[in-house]
Design a binder for this molecule. Structure first.
Ligand code: DLL
Length: 432
């Protein structure tokens, strides 16, 4: 099933021509409207008006997450704010936040791309689509909402809280497609069991899952427990949100929406293309974005291109699911978390370097983040109430900065060195 068959199945030659024209337009937009890129291109001695081949893209400078931070909030927007109709953002305190804008046209393209993802996973205008992503500044909820509406499906914007209610609505409203993170789908299956609801009482057929890493074992488990197909899709806010790539029902890799994104896979050390089929970092150039175009954005996500063509008929290149990260970002309860955010908050509160250890577990299909903090001599108080207050202050601050629940454990000095963390600041006990 296709949403835009003529595009999704277009001959590669035509696709490459389209990509080149769109790259030229993007470079022109950035070169003329974004001082940061004008300077960057000039420094790299690139005449952006003289790019005549896709191969020339290899010489363009990279864009890093740090560039987004430095230009916070609107420095990389290529249109005036009056032309921006939506703003999304990643979590984090102001120094770590990224802000992404969309013009009306960007939203239209985004909706079409998400409609493609849904269609590829089997969803049609006949379906009742329940979206259990967070509806907020995170791109998952609204991104899928607009895409599902564009498709013409009946959309239930349930969001991520109150799972019992989600299940009741799923049963009573005869939901046929579930859209959320894979771990949330398993959590739903757990709560269904507690409620005595069997999947045969539901009308569910399709599951469209993404925003975090998952495994074939999880896919099988979701499929069996909810009685649905389970398809993967990938995206990131800096590039757009969901809609970058998604699996069709063949489930043999994620088709990249190459008419809107030029994707390279590079060796993380040399930053040169990896050998065919090798794993490397996804580096993405947007080809149609108006408000927030980026060139060669280093996603830090690791994946590989898959060889051959897909029986579904789409000509877009396929990539594997995400196999890891080339930095230390973790996705906890669907939220991106960097150890540096935690460290910065601790230093801020304690006024000194404080030993800590981050522990991530998955209990009953739910991520749990614990931060162990050593009470050094400087922080020690013989008044238990004062000590508790310190724990509460750290906890409140981390919840605010990260946007997820955090368990803070204060431990005695030198406790952390007795824990075998192999010298790392993070122990992630989850299996993917
Ligand atoms: O997670 C956008 C999204 C929403 C994608 C809904 C798919 C579905 P961010 O919050 O910016 O955006 O997080 C982006 O999440 O760089 C990956 O590390 C990770 N990620 C996204 N999709 C997948 C996936 C959204 N299918 C970051 N598998 C990315 C593994 C994923 N990791």
């Amino acid at each position: 099933m296709y949403w835009q068959q003529a595009i999704e199945c277009m001959p590669r030659e035509d696709l490459e021509q389209l990509q080149l024209e769109r790259l030229q337009a993007t470079l022109y937009r950035l070169g003329t409207h974004v001082p940061f890129y004008r300077r960057k291109l000039r420094e790299a001695k690139i005449d952006y008006e003289a790019i005549t081949s896709l191969a020339a893209l290899r010489n363009l400078p990279f864009t890093m997450k740090e560039d987004l931070h430095v230009n916070y909030p609107y420095g990389l927007f290529a249109v005036p704010l009056r032309d921006v109709v939506r703003i999304h953002s990643s979590s984090g305190n102001s120094g770590m936040t990224t802000v992404i804008g969309y013009t009306r046209n960007d939203i239209k393209n985004w909706s079409d791309l998400v409609a493609r993802i849904l269609c590829g996973a089997g969803v049609t205008a006949e379906d009742v689509v329940q979206i259990a992503y967070d509806y907020g500044i995170f791109t998952g909820g609204l991104g899928f909402h607009y895409g599902a509406e564009r498709l013409g499906a009946s959309v239930i914007p349930i969001s991520s809280g109150n799972i019992k209610r989600q299940i009741r609505i799923m049963r009573d409203f005869k939901t046929t497609a579930l859209v959320c993170t894979p771990s949330h789908a398993l959590k739903i299956a757990d709560v269904m069991m507690d409620m005595g609801v069997n999947s045969s009482e539901l009308s569910l057929k399709y599951g469209v899952f993404g925003a975090e890493r998952w495994s074939e074992t999880m896919r099988r488990e979701i499929g069996e427990r909810l009685g649905i197909t389970a398809n993967d899709n990938y995206g990131l806010s800096e590039i757009m949100g969901p809609g970058v790539a998604g699996e069709c029902l063949e489930c043999n890799g994620l088709h990249i929406n190459e008419d809107h994104f030029f994707v390279e896979i590079l060796d993380t050390k040399t930053l040169e293309p990896v050998a065919e089929g090798e794993v490397g970092e996804l580096v993405i150039t947007t080809l149609t974005k108006e408000a927030f175009p980026v060139i060669r954005y280093r996603t830090r996500d690791l994946a590989r291109f898959l060889p051959g063509t897909c029986p579904c008929g789409r000509t877009f290149t396929r990539m594997s699911g995400i196999l890891g990260r080339s930095d230390d970002m973790m996705i906890i309860k669907g939220v991106n978390v960097f150890p540096a955010q935690i460290e910065a908050a601790l230093t801020d509160i304690t006024g000194s370097e404080t030993p800590y250890l981050i522990i991530v577990d998955r209990e009953n299909h739910e991520d749990k983040l614990t931060v162990m903090v050593e009470v050094t001599e400087l922080l020690f108080s013989d008044q238990i109430r004062k000590q508790w207050a310190l724990g509460d202050t750290i906890q409140d601050r981390l919840v605010t900065d990260l946007g997820i629940q955090v368990h803070v454990k204060l431990v005695e000095e030198k406790t952390l060195e007795t824990i075998d963390s192999k010298g790392k600041k993070v122990i992630d006990n989850r299996t993917f």
